[in-house]
Write a protein that binds this ligand. Structure first.
Ligand SMILES: [Zn+2]
Length: 425
C-alpha cells in the first residue's frame, strides 16, 4: 500500500518533472530573413518553448534557465520546404521495375538515409508526391513523427492516382504478369474510380492527393505529350478530395494537360514543363501554384545508368522547362519550390535555388518559394513557412547573406526542427 509520505514525494516529483519538460531555447540571430515582409532583419532574438516559436524581436529578455544558441554570426531562415519529393521510391535505382526485386519493407527501410540527408541539407518539411508501392510514404512519415527515424516533417500522397498503363503505373511488364495490390493501388479509369481512390487514400491517412494528368519522362512506354486523365476525371479528383479537406497536385508536362488540371482546380501543377501563354494566364487567374523542378535535368543527363528512352524524353524537355519557368516568374504566377528529389540524389535539392535565380527569380523570391509559398500551398501557413510566434520552430542558418548569394543555401550550417537541433557546424 502507498502511504501518505510516499504519495507526497510522488506529487513533488511530478511537479518537478513538468517544470523540467517545459524546454525553453533562445536563438540569437545575427540576421533573420523575414520572408513575409521580404526583408532582412538584424539582431533578432527568437524564443522557443516546447518546439514552438514563442516570440521574435530585437532585444527580447532571455527567460531564466533557457538554453541559448548563439547564431549571431549567421543568417537564420525558416526551415526549407521541398514541395515535390519522392523519399521512398528509390528512383535513384533509375529502373522502376527493380522495385519488383524487393519487399515493401525493404524499400521503405532503405529510404531511411534519404530522410536524414534531406533534413540535414535544410529541408525541415517535404510534400512527398507519390510512391510506386502504395502507402510506404505513410509508414515513413509516421516513423519520423514517432521519433523512430530522423527526417523532415512529411506530407504524403500515399500513391499516384493514374490511368492503367499511365505515367504513375508500374509499366514495362509482360501483359500476363499480375501485380500485387500495392503496386497498382492508384489505378483509376473513370471519374467514379478516381473518387473511389481518393476515398481509399483518405481512409489510409494521406495528407494530399497526387494525380498524373499527362505522360512522364522517367516511365517506360510513356509520351509526355499524352493526356492521361479527362477533364471530368481531374474535376472528380479535386471535388472528392475537397470533401475530405485534401488538396490535389497534378503531374502535367503538356500544355493541354496543364490547362485541364488548372481548370479542374488543382492546388499545384507539378513540372508544368511545356506550359504555354494560356496556361500561364490560367494559373494566374485561378491562383494555381507551379511547382517546376528546373534543376534535376543536370542529374538526369549526367547519369549514364538511366535507360535510353528516359534520357531521350528528358533531353527534349529540360531547357524548354527552364525558359517557361522564366516566363511564369515574369508573369507573376505563384511559384513553389519542388525538385523531384529522388531523380537527383537527395542532397542535391538545395542546388535548385541558384538555378531559380539564374532563370529569373530574385534570391528573396527563390527563398519565399521554399518557405512561405510552400507553406501556403500545403495549407499550413499557420504552422510553417516563416519565423513567427505560434509556428513550429523549424529553422536553418547559413554563414553570410543568402539574399546576395543564394547558393549559400547549398551549405546550411544549422538545422532545427520542432525546436530540436539536428545539425550544427
Ligand atoms: Zn515526381
Amino acid at each position: 500500500m502507498v502511504d501518505f509520505v510516499e504519495l507526497r514525494i510522488g506529487l513533488v516529483l511530478l511537479v518537478l518533472c513538468s517544470v523540467a519538460s517545459a524546454q525553453v531555447t533562445v536563438i540569437k540571430a545575427g540576421h533573420l530573413v523575414d520572408v513575409d515582409a521580404g526583408v532582412l532583419l538584424a539582431d533578432q532574438t527568437i524564443v522557443i518553448r516546447d518546439g514552438k516559436i514563442e516570440a521574435v524581436g530585437k532585444g527580447l529578455a532571455i527567460p531564466t534557465g533557457a538554453e541559448v544558441i548563439d547564431l549571431s554570426a549567421m543568417t537564420v531562415l525558416p526551415g526549407l520546404i521541398d514541395c515535390h519529393t519522392h523519399l521512398v521510391d528509390g528512383i535513384r535505382e533509375t529502373e522502376p521495375l527493380k522495385q519488383l526485386q524487393k519487399s515493401a519493407a525493404q524499400v521503405v527501410l532503405e529510404s531511411i538515409p534519404n530522410a536524414r540527408v534531406t533534413l540535414e541539407s535544410g529541408f525541415t518539411s517535404v510534400r512527398d508526391v507519390g510512391v510506386y508501392r502504395a502507402l510506404n510514404d505513410v509508414a515513413l512519415r509516421d516513423a519520423i513523427n514517432n521519433g523512430y527515424v530522423v527526417g523532415p516533417r512529411m506530407f504524403v500522397a500515399g500513391a499516384y492516382i493514374t490511368i492503367t498503363g499511365g505515367a504513375g503505373a508500374m509499366t514495362g511488364l509482360a501483359p500476363d504478369i499480375a501485380l500485387p495490390l500495392d503496386l497498382r493501388y492508384g489505378e483509376a479509369n473513370s471519374p467514379w474510380e478516381v473518387r473511389q481512390k481518393v476515398r481509399l487514400l483518405y481512409h489510409h491517412g494521406v495528407d494530399h492527393i497526387k494525380v498524373v494528368a499527362s505522360g512522364a519522362v522517367l516511365t517506360h512506354d510513356s509520351n509526355f505529350n499524352t493526356l492521361e486523365f479527362t477533364p471530368e476525371e481531374l474535376s472528380a479528383a479535386v471535388d472528392e478530395a475537397k470533401g475530405f479537406g485534401l488538396r490535389v497536385e497534378a503531374h502535367a508536362h503538356s500544355p493541354e494537360a496543364i490547362n485541364n488540371a488548372i481548370r479542374a482546380g488543382v492546388a499545384s501543377v507539378e513540372h508544368a514543363t511545356l506550359i504555354d501563354d494560356e496556361g500561364i494566364a490560367l494559373a494566374k487567374e485561378h491562383g494555381t501554384y507551379l511547382d517546376m523542378d528546373i534543376y534535376n535535368d543536370e542529374c538526369t543527363q549526367s547519369d549514364k545508368t538511366q535507360p535510353k528512352d528516359f534520357l531521350e524524353h528528358d533531353a527534349a524537355l529540360g531547357e524548354a522547362q527552364r525558359q517557361n519557368f522564366r516566363k511564369a516568374v515574369k508573369a507573376g504566377v505563384k511559384m513553389s519550390f519542388g525538385t523531384d528529389a529522388g531523380v537527383c540524389p537527395y542532397d542535391a535539392a538545395r542546388k535548385q535555388f541558384a538555378f531559380m535565380v539564374r532563370y529569373g527569380m530574385t534570391p528573396m523570391q527563390a527563398i519565399q518559394s521554399a518557405t512561405r509559398n510552400a507553406a501556403d500551398l500545403l495549407g499550413k501557413s499557420d504552422m510553417l513557412g516563416s519565423v513567427k510566434a505560434g509556428k513550429f520552430a523549424d529553422m536553418v542558418a547559413v554563414s553570410g547573406n543568402p539574399l546576395e548569394d543564394v547558393s549559400l543555401l547549398e551549405h546550411v550550417k544549422f538545422v532545427m526542427k520542432d525546436g530540436k537541433v539536428y545539425k550544427r557546424e
